[in-house]
Design a protein around this ligand. Structure first.
Ligand SMILES: Nc1c(NC[C@H](O)[C@H](O)[C@H](O)CO)[nH]c(=O)[nH]c1=O
Ligand SMILES: CC(=O)[C@@H](O)COP(=O)(O)O
Length: 159
């Protein structure tokens, strides 16, 4: 189902475990800051709505989405967290750089999920233009940050 056919912010709290005792790391890319701040706000709102305590949420910034993997890895190695949310916004420019940043970031985050015991949630928008990013970070299609927060709670409770 494409994003256009669902609301990224929709969730049923009755189906989600409490986040009360969970510790979260959130690594935020500074590229396309207006978008990533919107994603962060959506993630925080959903985490708190599901019972998380603000003092149990650690935020680090990194320069761009390519650095999210290192930031999440360092967070896992140095902080006791139950899940990490990696937030980024990659928007197509004139060159193929978009392809390399998106694939490297996705692969790097997947590698962390394979190699570590801490789930890392891929909250990285990969859009053709700014309007698509706006629509998915609190606009007409909801907020991918909220979707990522719910995924983080569920994965932290897995097993
Ligand atoms: N163009 C975008 C970037 N590019 C920067 C890279 O992520 C990286 O910081 C740089 O190549 C240095 O290693 N990053 C985004 O997050 N979004 C973009 O649209
Ligand atoms: C995703 C990017 O790195 C891209 O926005 C950079 O723009 P350009 O491809 O025009 O250099």
């Amino acid at each position: 189902m494409a994003t256009a056919n669902k609301n990224l912010s929709a969730y049923d709290k009755t189906t989600i475990p409490s986040a009360k005792d969970l510790r979260f790391g959130i690594v935020v890319s500074e590229w396309n800051e207006a978008i990533t701040e919107g994603l962060y706000d959506g993630a925080m709102e959903a985490l708190l709505d599901c019972g998380a305590n603000a003092e149990n949420i650690i935020r680090w910034n990194v320069p761009g989405s390519f650095e999210l993997t290192f930031g999440a890895k360092k967070m896992i190695e140095s902080k006791k967290v139950d899940a990490v949310i990696a937030i980024g916004s990659v928007i197509q420019g004139e060159t193929k750089h978009f392809d390399f940043v998106c694939s490297a970031t996705a692969q790097g985050i997947m590698d962390l999920n394979v190699r570590t015991q801490v789930p890392v949630i891929f909250c990285v928008l990969t859009d053709n233009n700014m309007q698509q990013a706006i629509d998915r970070s609190g606009g007409k299609h909801g907020n991918k940050g909220a979707e990522a927060a719910i995924a983080a709670i569920k994965m932290a409770n897995l097993g």
